[in-house]
Design a protein around this ligand. Structure first.
Ligand code: SF4
Length: 332
């Protein structure tokens, strides 16, 4: 898949050792007992770069932190430690005009379009609102731009006067995409964009996103648990496990030669992935450990067939391999 970013260009977004903790709700009984507050470490030292014009697929089991990462990238969640940079600037330090500009340039599309669309507003009103808030067009040009946006996401012009409940799930996702595109963003963060849709509709929405990414030179972060979808759409892939990125690199390299035992296990477990490939794969055994008390050392050690004493003691850091892949494993 072709990519429009220039080689050597700094990444448009950079995640530097991001940490995000969520307090666990305590019962009144536990509070009266004076129990210490507990925290879920949703992101633990995540390092990631998003290059201009690429689609980066982020995969992992549910609870691995990929949605938290997506929300942190658009500024819905603030990192407790570390930094998230947009065009070199720490987004936590952006205020006023600079913050509004960031909010416009980095848009999120949610998994549940119905929940994120106002049920009382027609599609036309929603798009008009998006165009007006950021003054994207002179007032007189807004009706034409609304039709342009509908055409861009392949919805008919008469959608303008309809309410969200009059559309199917796939069409509602298109409305969500049109609303995000109304403000002409540079980065789209798609969190489980199609996981609630039927398989046939999933393909249509994913193909639409692929077309839009190329036509508008968008940078896309595509969060999904379906590895086939991610492969279809992504230039690069990042694999997450218990709040950490444990492998990242070019999509083809990761799918052909996964280096981390967890990536190998995910590929093996994915239905429909090419069963004839002779890559080294391992089975994914056991449950994902609780993020409340993650394993010591390598967080994957409780499920890894290659575990050693060192793995239980020492946390492996992400290192670049000759193939260009970044891998966090003592043995990779
Ligand atoms: Fe397995 Fe050890 Fe590598 Fe972790 S560091 S993935 S436990 S071999």
């Amino acid at each position: 898949m072709e990519q429009s970013s220039a080689i050597g260009e700094p990444p448009i977004m950079l995640v530097e050792d991001a940490q995000v903790r969520f307090p666990v709700k305590q019962s009144i009984w536990h509070r009266l007992q004076g129990r210490q507050a507990q925290y879920v470490q949703a992101l633990n030292g995540v390092r990631l770069e998003l290059r201009r014009g690429e689609t980066l697929g982020v995969v992992g089991e549910s609870g691995c932190g990929k949605s938290t990462l997506a929300r942190a990238l658009v500024g819905l969640i603030e990192a407790d430690d570390g930094r998230i940079r947009f065009r070199g600037q720490d987004i936590a330090t952006l205020h006023g005009k600079a913050r509004r500009s960031f909010n416009r340039q980095v848009q999120m599309i949610f998994q549940d379009p119905y929940g994120s669309l106002n049920p009382r507003m027609t599609v036309g009103q929603m798009l008009r609102e998006a165009l007006s808030v950021h003054r994207m067009r002179p007032r007189a040009d807004i009706p034409a731009r609304i039709l342009e946006l509908l055409d861009l996401v392949r919805l008919p012009a008469d959608a303008v006067d309809k309410l969200p409940h009059e559309f199917s799930g796939g069409q509602r996702q298109r409305i969500g995409i049109a609303r995000a595109l109304a403000v002409e963003p540079e980065v789209l963060v798609a969190d489980e964009l199609v996981s609630a849709l039927d398989v046939s509709v999933q393909a249509q929405v994913v193909n639409l996103l692929l077309d839009l990414q190329q036509k508008l030179s968008l940078t896309v972060l595509f969060v999904a648990h379906d590895l086939r979808l991610v492969r279809h759409i992504s230039h690069r892939v990042a694999v997450m496990y218990l709040g950490e990125v444990i492998e990242s690199g070019d999509a083809e390299a990761i799918y052909q030669q996964p280096l981390h035992p967890y990536t190998q296990a995910l590929l093996r477990a994915a239905p429909g992935m090419d069963p004839t490939r002779r890559i080294a794969t391992v089975s994914l055994a056991g449950e994902l450990p609780s993020p409340l008390s993650p394993p010591t050392g390598c967080r994957f050690h409780t499920r890894c067939p290659y575990v050693t004493d060192r793995c239980r003691r020492e946390h492996p850091s992400l290192r670049t391999k000759p193939s260009g892949q970044l891998v966090a494993c003592h043995l990779a």
